[in-house]
Ligand binder design. Sequence first.
Ligand code: F6P
Length: 536
Amino acid sequence: MIDASYAPRTAAWQALSQQATVLSGISIESLFDSDPGRFDSFSIDGPGLLLDFSRQRLDAQAVSSLLDLADRTGVARRIEQMFAGEPVNNTEDRPALHVALRRPADRSLPVEGSDVMPFVEAERARMRALADELEDGALRGYTGEPIADVVNIGIGGSDLGVVMAVRALSEYRNPDVGMHFVSNIDGVELAHVLERVAPATTLFVICSKSFTTLETLTNARVVRAWLAARGGDAAVAAQCVAVSTNTEAMDEFGIAPDRRFAIWDWVGGRFSVWSAVGLALALAIGWRNFEAMLAGGHSMDEHFRHTPFERNLPVMLALIGIWNRNFLNAGSHAVLPYDDHLSRLPAFLQQLEMESNGKSVRRNGEPVECPTCPVVWGESGSNAQHSFYQLLHQGTDPISIDFLLPAESGVGRQAQQDLAAANCLAQTLALAAGDQPGAQDSPHRHYPGSRPSSLLLFERLDPATLGRLIALYEHKTFVQGVIWDVNSFDQWGVELGKRLASGLEGAVSGESPDGEPTAIAGALDRLRGLRPRQTR
Ligand code: F6P
């Protein structure tokens, strides 16, 4: 059967291809010259955020074709399916209901006839109780001393969102509690953290949806032994809390029943910072601020669900991405926040977008017929300017860009934030307009311009704004997945490497009895020869 609603087969796709050919020959500057009202027509005010996409290589006709593409690929219907708890994660036959996690408790959300909100609210109440206890100085370790440090042990979706948000909201943090993160398998972070914290006053949050992840369990076992050696089982019981769907594994690990926090299969790891996976964040910033972040996320959900597409921030952000990726051939997308608080946002978005949409197979199992997720990367400005902007201005490959800019300094240094803003706007201008070289100018000094970017502008980076930003990118990712017709909620591509790694553990330290895969046999042999002698 011909699937006429698959994006590359729609009339809108054909129209966009033609429009891209025309627009590729028109400079961004001349788009401004021919339309003095361009900023008004190519910017959207959403909840607490302005999206200015006037410096994209787009005209009204191309925007209208992009909106047509969204209609023809069924974006509206799929949004409703997601909010209704239908199994939009089709390869795992599950809903993707992260929107429930930031929904007010009194607004029911029935999934297959049963309301999920009481479960969500019960877990919120338990998180709040722990966060309040810590804030009041009433949360104590095995010796009775108050907890002074929190260590989150988790990786991927059980780490990146929390790390990013704790950094983003560092001005809202409880100054009496040190925050630490351990994710990597190699033991480096763990070694450094254990040097810095005291056994009697440190709470460990073991965060793993599956509770089977090698990195997290390896680090958590070291911590359990470290605590037990100092305070026995009482220390482990008092100072280890866990967040997981896997009750049996938490039992086996020795997590006390009142120290367990639930999440659910219908929350994807990279969409989970709103749930108990965000426990370390709630402990760091206190419940009131965590709740404000949830409310910010919810306001973006409402905007996403109820706003016509042409004024809908996540939908338009997704469509601009589709335009750059599929029609202007941008294989990479840079995220450049002009606020150091957001320095970990690019890393968070890498998982969100690339793990969700880095796929070559459609939802029905057929191969895709167009490029999907670009490589996502970035760094906070102005560090990034002094690192890789050379390539943005004069490199050979098309790259799409989101600049993010708060107007207000989060640290009371407004003059410096104004300098950051001047730099941010100067870069967007230089990229878009380039320069007009004089006849005598060296080609090395020429800036071609017409390098597109969007700007997300907001008043200040507070918990609500951060919630809106995260939800914005989550929904952008979902909409792009709908248009590319990939399942944004699974991640089968990460499994093979995990399986192979567990088979190679022994081979690194000794010969493997069944021989070694030829592609790595030479490297393994050299590695064994280079390992410290005493361990060979
Ligand atoms: O390997 C990728 C992944 O499965 C991510 O999707 C997930 O966020 C991460 O591992 C951690 O998983 P868990 O929370 O189950 O430890």
